[in-house]
Ligand binder design. Structure first.
Ligand SMILES: NC(=O)c1ccc[n+]([C@@H]2O[C@H](COP(=O)([O-])OP(=O)(O)OC[C@H]3O[C@@H](n4cnc5c(N)ncnc54)[C@H](OP(=O)(O)O)[C@@H]3O)[C@@H](O)[C@H]2O)c1
Length: 315
């Protein structure tokens, strides 16, 4: 396997994607920002891309901008019945690539349909349930989009108060949800390895990319600051999608974390990046997995990863 830890390849961009003809990818939050750009790049490389979006009409408008084979399917990660409906509708097709990209950031306090704090519920629990429900069909890998925000305020998983019921802080809640994305990847890969599955779980982060993400912050001062940041510091969504595409297609070890190689990982070319100590804590990752199973009611068929798809293909 190539050593990706030495230095990043400055020339790497979406034009360097391998031929993905015959492969199927699901991208959550594919109607906007990094999800839309990543979908376009995957489809241009030949993949059939399923745009998993909460508003099918906006999904179809987005699909019209994608060059290649697409399909739009409804998925609201903030509603576990929608996640189950999406998975039920998958109907045993092999799925090469699941990209857990959708996300919300720093919203004013809101709850999901199932009563969870919105950022943890959407960014982590929705993807946790989706991944485990689709796992029997996944043949290659799961890429989950995290953030450098997983380090904010020395973030940790607040098992005693996951929902911030004792006092909501939108920044800390976002940081917790993005830390959960990394811990989920760590534990998923551990379970895949333990069961002898060839499926890989990886994580990526886009650095700082100007997208719609920054427009939902409840705090007007934060929104104004991010508007300035988007204008002067951020890279565009095309560059922001590169770490996701790199994690999705390059020969990297399971549990790898890919981000931009520039100053403070804000921009640049994809490379392997570090994570906080909290994001490397295997015991916390296991505990989060158990709690997520309890909260979502979705158990993990990890030993089954890819099995249904293989049986289906052999028929
Ligand atoms: N942009 C950055 O600088 C940055 C930095 C670090 C990490 N990230 C991460 O990158 C990922 C993509 O964000 P982005 O920057 O591309 O932002 P974006 O343009 O706002 O895209 C987010 C996508 O997530 C979708 N989404 C939100 N809630 C959903 C739900 N309940 N069910 C299904 N889809 C839902 C949105 O759909 P709607 O259009 O319907 O709202 C949208 O398609 C996120 O995970 C984010 O945390 C971004």
């Amino acid at each position: 396997m190539a050593d990706h830890t030495k230095k990043s390849d400055k020339a790497w961009d979406a034009a360097r994607l391998p031929d993905l003809t015959g492969r199927t990818a699901v991208v959550t939050g594919a109607n906007s920002g990094i999800g839309l750009t990543a979908s376009d790049a995957l489809a241009r490389a030949g993949a059939h891309v399923v745009l998993a979006v909460r508003d099918p009409e906006r999904g179809r408008a987005a699909a019209a901008k994608v060059s290649g084979s697409t399909e739009v399917r409804r998925l609201d990660l903030a509603d576990l019945s929608s996640v189950r409906e999406f998975a039920d509708g998958w109907q045993g097709r092999p799925l090469d690539l699941l990209i857990n990209n959708a996300g919300v950031m720093m919203l004013p306090r809101q709850r999901t349909a199932d009563g969870f704090e919105m950022q943890f519920g959407t960014n982590h629990l929705g993807h946790f349930a989706l991944t485990n429900l689709l796992l029997p069909y996944i043949t290659d890998r799961v890429v989950t989009v995290s953030s450098t925000a997983h380090r904010w305020f020395g973030a940790r998983i607040r098992f005693e108060d996951l929902d911030f019921a004792s006092g909501y802080d939108p920044q800390r809640a976002y940081a917790q949800s993005k830390l959960a994305n990394l811990l989920f990847t760590l534990e998923l890969q551990r379970r895949l390895t333990e069961s002898g599955s060839p499926v890989r779980a990886l994580a990526a982060h886009p650095g700082y990319a100007a997208t719609n993400l920054q427009s939902h912050a409840g705090n007007p001062v934060m929104r104004a600051l991010m508007k300035v940041g988007n204008r002067f510091f951020a890279q565009d969504d095309r560059a922001g999608a590169l770490p996701t595409l790199y994690a999705a297609t390059q020969d990297l070890p399971g549990a790898s974390y890919v981000g931009p190689d520039g100053l403070a990982e804000m921009r640049g070319t994809p490379t392997l990046v570090g994570r906080s100590a909290a994001a490397s804590d295997a015991a916390v990752a296991r505990r989060l997995w158990t709690v997520s199973e309890e909260l979502t009611g979705v158990g993990a068929p990890v030993g089954q990863a890819g099995r249904a798809a293989r049986v289906d293909a052999e028929r």
